[in-house]
Design a protein around this ligand. Structure first.
Ligand SMILES: [Zn+2]
Length: 339
């Protein structure tokens, strides 16, 4: 009996299996009810009393070793299986998540697109400007409040250098370097020395348009505005112009559109008037044309400008301006489907 146990112990130590079926066959051979070890267990009762202790110990040793060995082989197969699951080299790659466009960019591109269809081309200029291009060339008086420290960021060491307060400085740069006809649209970031709150920020975005040619009239401006409003806010949109004042246009107007949230019936957004203000515009002041070397007796033009945040608010009802610059991906993700 001892010899038989020794023989089986040697076999168990040398066990190997190259697949799960072979392993199962080994388990049946050694550990099943009709297996070799159980056969020995059955013979145990025939062992002489004085040998029972030793045979019993060796038999237990054999059983434990056989179980351990088969378990070890099993684990080996399982870990190999797991490795294969996690490393399928034939699997196609997971899709890479794309970012989304910022709502300001979406709306800016929409505005540009509408004016591009009217023949306007994009012009850009520096955000750090000099007093001439931001104010003087645009007919701002020396004591105009817009130059005040409260509105404009001046560079301390060079009071002539400012962060542009509007994109009109780009119009100045185009006028001084090109001859009419001029038909440009200037999108860009501008800066004002304002306390940051839900409705004001120290930087925001504008789009301005400038058209200078012979015989440009207020009627042309009105047509461009009406087309823009209908394209941007829907075919039913109405516009109205209210007289206003800007240093660089004469006459000047502010344009309202029928509130696109309530359809003109009145709601908290339009303060129950049915109208919302969206942009400023006017005929280019002859002084501005002359300052930039354009003969105001031959040429005339119109200009208009709007805040992109304002337009975005109207389209998407963003109530807090600060959301635009916080880079909160939960906010930005809402615009995934918008372009
Ligand atoms: Zn309304």
């Amino acid at each position: 009996m001892i010899a038989k146990i020794e023989q089986l112990l040697k076999e168990v130590e040398a066990l190997h299996a190259s697949n799960a079926e072979e392993l199962e066959a080994l388990r049946i051979k050694f550990l099943s009810k009709k297996g070799a070890i159980n056969d020995l267990m059955a013979d145990f009762r025939n062992v002489a009393a004085e040998q029972k202790k030793e045979v019993g110990m060796r038999l237990n040793e054999l059983k434990t070793k056989a179980q351990d060995k088969i378990n070890a082989l099993k684990e080996q197969f399982e870990s190999q299986d797991n490795g294969c699951d996690g490393l399928d080299l034939t699997r196609s790659a997971y899709p890479v998540k794309l970012g989304t466009r910022h709502p300001i960019t979406i709306v800016k591109n929409e505005v540009i697109d509408i004016f591009a269809r009217l023949g306007f081309s994009i012009a850009e200029g520096p955000e750090i400007e000099d007093d001439w291009h931001v104010f003087s060339a645009l007919n701002f008086a020396e004591d105009h409040p817009a130059r005040d420290m409260q509105d404009t960021f001046f560079i301390e060491a060079h009071p002539d250098v400012v962060l542009r307060t509007h994109t009109s400085s780009v119009q100045t740069r185009v006028m001084e370097t090109s001859k009419p006809p001029i038909r440009i649209i200037c999108p860009g970031r501008v800066y004002r020395n304002e306390a940051i709150s839900y409705r004001a920020h120290c930087f925001f975005h504008q789009v301005e348009a400038l058209y200078i040619d012979k015989d440009v009239s207020f009627t042309d401006l009105k047509q461009a505005l009406l087309l823009f409003a209908k394209e941007m806010f829907g075919a039913d949109t109405k516009i109205r112009l209210r007289p206003s004042y800007f240093p660089f246009t004469e006459p000047s107007a502010e344009m309202d559109i029928s509130c696109n949230i309530c359809g003109g019936k009145g709601c908290p957004f339009c303060k129950h008037t049915g109208w919302v203000e969206i942009l400023g515009c006017g005929m280019v002041d002859p002084n501005v044309l002359e300052s930039n070397g354009i003969d105001s007796k031959v040429y005339s033009g119109y200009a208009l400008g709007m805040g992109i945040e304002r337009i975005t608010n109207l389209k998407y009802q963003v109530k807090d301006l600060r959301m635009f610059s916080e880079n909160d991906t939960r906010f930005l993700k809402e615009f995934e489907a918008a372009y």
